[in-house]
Design a protein around this ligand. Structure first.
Ligand code: CP3
Length: 311
């Protein structure tokens, strides 16, 4: 949830010297950035500093991040013949595995590895960047579902070899981000997302958490993949989800917007969430979505400290 990112002065300092992709591509700097939230916030677990889009990049997408515009891909995929070949993709991601190997030596807390889920990656590869309506993606999906599934399958096998490389390097848990699956109908979700989760979770040897925005609308599909955990955004009612899902770790779901509120309000909101989930050993406290660049470090620290100080 961007626990390392632009809201931190130490991160902004590094960004003066290096582009975002340089940070991701250089193992010792990715290692250094991964450590920042552990030192500054005192969180219990590190998440690898990287991005979901390094996988499309390893598949030949020309990726860059432009100030204020987010990710851009200069050679988007628009037809079956442009679907990349996943061969060699794992080797091109070795900088990530090297960062993990280094982190496992230097960290004193567990490390979460991650990847983007095939549908979300496909949406960036087809749209050429971030999108609101996913017009081209949905057009391809409805005009030619079989070739769309070919793209999903290529991304599924690339994600599995990426996961395997991360596992060998020593990650303790794995999170799969399907951020934009919420743009789909439930039927489309079952058809185009769930089979990829099943294949990926089946190959995972470490606890695996699935994330998509509005996950509470997609619970029955998510559960078909038998993940160890599901991550929920702020729209979810965690207490009633716990009744529905007695055996699954639940991660979430403080509204990130609360971090704009006075520190007292943050403390009260954390208390309310923890009261709701009191005594639940399978609850992982997190934000519902990412920390924004203009949020204050003090607010994020207050969130972490209120969780740790709860009794
Ligand atoms: O600390 C962490 O959470 C780990 C690192 C991490 C980043 N991205 C760093 C990042 C993780 C887990 C991600 C995942 C990611 N990346 C997702 C899935 C989770 C989600 O947010 O829904 C998605 C959709 C992306 C794609 C992506 N990367 C976008 C849309 C953007 C632009 C967003 C923005 O705020 O400008 C990024 C860039 C990005 N990824 C930054 C960071 C710290 C900001 C880069 C910078 O300008 O320095």
């Amino acid at each position: 949830m961007r626990q390392a990112g632009r809201y931190m002065p130490e991160y902004r300092q590094l960004r003066k010297k290096y582009s975002f992709l340089e940070l991701c591509h250089t193992p010792q700097i990715a290692e250094e950035v991964t450590h920042l939230p552990i030192k500054i916030l005192g969180v219990d677990v590190a998440i690898l500093f990287s991005d979901i889009l390094v996988v499309p990049e390893a598949l030949g997408m020309q990726l860059h991040f432009d100030e204020g515009k987010g990710p851009i891909i200069d050679n988007p995929v628009s037809s079956e013949k442009e679907i990349p070949n996943p061969t060699g993709c794992q080797e091109r991601l070795s900088f990530v595995f090297e960062a993990i190997t280094r982190l496992k030596k230097s960290l004193e807390v567990p490390l979460i590895g991650f990847a983007g889920a095939p549908f979300t990656l496909a949406s960036y590869m087809i749209e050429g960047g971030s999108s609101k309506e996913f017009k081209k993606t949905k057009e391809w999906m409805s005009k030619s579902p079989e070739t769309f599934k070919k793209l999903i399958e290529v991304l599924t096998s690339a994600t599995i070899s990426y996961l395997e490389g991360q596992q060998e390097a020593g990650i303790d848990a794995f999170q799969l981000f399907d951020s934009w699956a919420n743009s789909l109908s439930y039927d489309q979700f079952e058809e185009f997302c769930v089979p990829s989760y099943q294949k990926i979770v089946e190959k995972s040897k470490v606890p695996t958490i699935l994330f998509c925005k509005e996950a509470s609308s997609f619970v029955s599909g998510l559960m078909k993949a038998k993940p160890q955990g599901i991550s929920f955004d702020e729209k979810a009612d965690m207490k009633s989800l716990r009744k529905k899902l007695p055996q699954t770790a639940l991660q979430g779901n403080l509204d990130p917007e609360i971090l704009y509120q006075p520190l007292k309000t943050i403390e009260e909101s954390v208390k309310r969430l923890l009261d709701d989930m009191r005594g639940d050993p399978g609850f992982i406290v997190n934000l519902g979505h990412g920390i924004k660049p203009n949020m204050s470090v003090e607010a994020v620290k207050t969130f972490v400290e209120s969780v740790k100080g709860y009794s």
